[in-house]
Design a protein around this ligand. Structure first.
Ligand SMILES: Cc1ncc(COP(=O)(O)O)c(C=O)c1O
Length: 372
């Protein structure tokens, strides 16, 4: 039997030729933003020593300022992923339930399960393509301990209006639930509101510099919560010698200057998103459920084309060097009908997608309908 196609292995092996639209990474931050800091760190051989374990003080200040959650000091972890893992381990136990969703960023659900708890996943693949206060109320039962609010939501690119965030925060407050507010993509969302401003005692804010600052390879993120809650989570910290020193210096350099470049990054991202949607709509049978995206990714629904997302992912990657993601790892119920495309990339890379996607769909359609 031939080995199944390993898209990540292939894409990394062809890294220099591949247009990376598969992981919501950001390729638009000017490289000089972090280059100097990293070059200096290499010259000073900072890699030989441990970092200050609690985190670079200026970096911690910059994160606090960037989030604007005064009573919730940031705690650094190796990416938001580690913060999510620690939070679930610390706050959940066997039999607990978490109101989440389908689609969702499913690694978080795995962490919930590792703690012995259960994600409860209302189907949100229909307008408004996000949780609502009513849906959440319906799902809350005697075992519910937590709400998971990913805003904007990976994979759909849907986001929460301020009043809905407030309503969800009030539910968490009134029902004494912890509210996990994963704001990894918040800089892309106009008018974004942090749940921590409405329910500070209940909220754990998960943040990251992977996407807004274009530093995914560095692996730096964290959580912010009021001290009592933060202390419970921090017990599960395994990085007691501190988070990668290069990551901290790069994040510090990026956050020092973020105001001067984030506007342009977001403008280009939005224009790219509109282009991806136009390309999607130009292909017969493909629909765009959520437009505009409030993040730097979107889904194209290919359900009506009869072509599955996996062949689309493979054909685009192998024959056009364009790496998008099949939805299966993001939605048990609907992952078989969408591909996710991220677009914080130079516009020329989006144009490669624009040429490749219609051709890919024609090729696959011709392959699946035998000629008479
Ligand atoms: C919703 C969400 N949370 C967290 C993460 C993890 O980010 P990090 O790179 O900081 O671990 C991702 C990454 O894609 C994400 O989509």
């Amino acid at each position: 039997m031939p080995e199944p196609f390993d898209a990540f292995r292939y894409a990394h092996a062809h890294r220099r030729e591949v247009v990376w639209l598969s992981q919501n990474t950001n390729h638009l931050v000017p490289p000089e933003v972090v280059r100097g800091a990293l070059e200096e760190a290499i010259a000073e051989r900072r890699y030989e020593g441990y970092p200050f374990a609690a985190g670079d003080p200026e970096l911690l200040d910059l994160v606090r300022e960037d989030l604007g959650l005064d009573g919730a000091p940031p705690f650094l972890t190796s990416g938001g992923t580690e913060a999510l893992y620690m939070t679930m381990r610390a706050l959940l136990g066997p039999g607990d339930e978490v109101v989440a969703s389908d689609p969702s960023y499913l690694i978080i659900h795995r962490f919930i399960e590792l703690a012995g708890a259960k994600p409860v996943c209302p189907d949100i693949y229909r307008p408004p393509y996000r949780l609502t206060a009513d849906v959440v109320q319906e799902q809350i039962g005697p075992r519910t301990k937590m709400l998971l609010l990913i805003d904007p939501l990976n994979p759909l690119g849907s986001g929460y209006p301020r009043e809905e965030v407030r309503a969800l925060a009030e539910i968490a407050h009134d029902r004494r639930l912890t509210l996990i507010n994963d704001v990894t993509y918040r800089d892309f969302s106009e008018g974004h509101a942090l749940a921590g401003t409405f329910a500070p005692e209940q909220t754990v804010t998960i943040w990251s510099v992977s996407k807004n600052c274009g530093l995914a390879g560095m692996r730096l993120g964290g959580f912010s919560a009021v001290p009592e809650l933060a202390k419970r989570i921090a017990r599960y910290n395994t990085n007691d010698l501190g988070v990668n020193v290069f990551a901290q210096l790069a994040a510090r350099a990026a956050l020092r200057t973020k105001r001067s470049w984030i506007g342009e990054v977001v403008r280009t991202t939005r224009a790219n998103g509109a282009r991806v949607h136009d390309v999607g709509r130009s292909v017969p049978g493909v629909t765009v459920p959520i437009a505009p995206s409030r993040a730097n990714m979107t889904v194209l629904d290919v359900g009506a084309t009869g072509i599955g997302p996996e062949p689309i992912q493979e054909e685009l990657l192998r024959h056009h060097g364009v790496f998008v993601r099949a939805g299966s790892y993001l939605s048990p119920a609907h992952g078989g009908r969408f591909v996710r495309i991220s677009f914080s990339n130079p516009p020329a890379e989006i144009e490669r997608f624009a040429r490749a996607f219609p051709e890919t769909m024609r090729t696959l359609a011709a392959r699946s309908v035998p000629a008479r």
